[in-house]
Design a protein around this ligand. Structure first.
Ligand code: PMP
Length: 286
C-alpha cells in the first residue's frame, strides 16, 4: 500500500512521522475519515470543508488548497487501485520541541491513507446493536468543542473502554446535565410519531456528515426532521433508535441500558433510510 506523506507517495512501511511531531506528542492536529464507493468519494467536499473548519479553530494552516487535497485523496485511490475504501486524511502541527508551543513547529505534517474498508459484520445491521450509557461525559463545547475533529480522541476512547468493560460494543455519552449527546464515533437519532430527532450541536456533538445526509433523506421521505434536546427517557420510549457515521453508515440500536427499543429489532424507518442511503452512495460522489 502507498501512503501520501508530505508531498510524496511512499510505501506504507516507510510512511512514518517523527516522535517530535506534535500530532503524536499532544494530539495537536485534525483529521477526517472518508469513504469511497465504487471509485467515487462520498461527500468529499463536505469532509474537506470540515477539515478546514477544524484547522481554522486550532489556528493550524493547512499547507495545501482544497483542490489539491481533493486531488491527493483521489490519487490515493488510483495509486492503490481501490474503489471501495476508507480514507484517513490527517494534518498535524508537525515537528516541534518537547514544549507545547505550536510556534516551534515549522512545518505541518500532511498524510492520507486509503485502505480497504473494514466492514462491520452483517449481523450488526440485521440484529441491531445493544448500547450502554457510560459515566464519562462528552467533552463540553466550552472546553474542547466536539466540532473540532482533532487527533485527541481520549474522551471517546475512555467512553469506549467503559462500554467494553461493561460487555458492550458501543457507549452512549451524556452531557454534564444528562442530555444525550452521541456515541464514541457515531451520531444518534430517534424516530417517534413520524419525527426524526437528533441532538443539537450546542449540546456537544460532532456535526456528522452522515447525520446531515440522513436529515436530508428524512426530509425527502416526508419525516419531520428536528434537532432537539433528548434524554435517556426519550430514547427508551422511542419507536426506533439508530447511529450514523462514515464507517458504520446507519446502525440500528435495539437496546439501551437493557431497555428494549420499539420491537427490539431494526424498525421500518431505519431500514428505509439504510436503503436510501445505499442508493445515494451508488450515485453521488466525486
Ligand atoms: N461523532 C464522532 C465523535 C465521530 O468521531 C464521528 C465520525 N467522524 C461521527 C460522530 C460521525 O460523523 P461522520 O458522519 O461525519 O463520519
Amino acid at each position: 500500500m502507498k501512503v501520501y506523506l508530505n508531498g510524496k507517495f511512499v510505501h506504507h512501511s516507510k510512511a512514518s512521522v517523527s516522535v517530535f511531531d506534535h500530532g503524536l506528542l499532544y494530539g495537536d492536529g485534525v483529521f477526517e475519515g472518508i469513504r469511497s464507493y465504487g471509485g467515487r468519494v462520498f461527500k468529499l467536499e463536505a469532509h474537506i470543508d470540515r477539515l478546514f473548519e477544524s484547522a481554522r479553530t486550532i489556528m493550524l494552516r493547512i499547507p495545501m488548497s482544497r483542490a489539491e487535497l481533493i486531488e491527493v485523496v483521489k490519487s490515493c485511490l488510483r495509486v492503490n487501485r481501490l474503489r471501495d475504501a476508507y480514507i484517513r486524511l490527517v494534518v498535524t502541527r508537525g515537528v516541534g520541541d518537547l514544549g507545547l508551543d505550536p510556534r516551534r513547529c515549522a512545518r505541518q505534517t500532511v498524510f492520507v491513507i486509503a485502505d480497504k474498508i473494514q466492514l462491520y459484520p452483517r449481523s450488526l445491521y440485521e440484529r441491531g446493536l445493544d448500547i450502554v450509557t457510560v459515566a464519562t461525559q462528552r467533552n463540553v463545547p466550552e472546553a474542547l468543542n466536539p466540532q473540532i475533529k482533532s487527533l485527541n480522541y481520549l474522551n471517546n476512547i475512555l467512553a469506549k473502554i467503559e462500554a467494553i468493560n461493561a460487555g458492550y460494543e458501543e457507549a452512549l455519552m451524556l452531557s454534564p446535565s444528562g442530555y444525550v449527546t452521541e456515541c464514541t464515533g457515531e451520531n444518534l437519532f430517534l424516530v417517534k410519531d413520524g419525527a426524526l430527532v437528533t441532538p443539537p450541536p450546542y449540546i456537544g456533538v460532532l456535526r456528522g456528515i452522515t447525520r446531515q445526509t440522513v436529515m436530508d433523506l428524512g426530509r425527502r421521505m416526508g419525516l419531520d426532521v428536528r434537532e432537539d434536546l433528548l434524554t435517556r427517557h426519550d430514547c427508551f420510549n422511542a419507536e426506533e433508535v439508530f447511529l450514523t457515521g462514515t464507517a458504520a453508515e446507519i446502525v440500528p440500536v435495539v437496546t439501551i441500558d437493557g431497555r428494549v427499543i420499539g420491537r427490539g429489532r431494526p424498525g421500518p424507518v431505519t431500514r428505509r433510510l439504510q436503503e436510501e442511503f445505499r442508493a445515494l452512495t451508488r450515485t453521488e460522489g466525486l
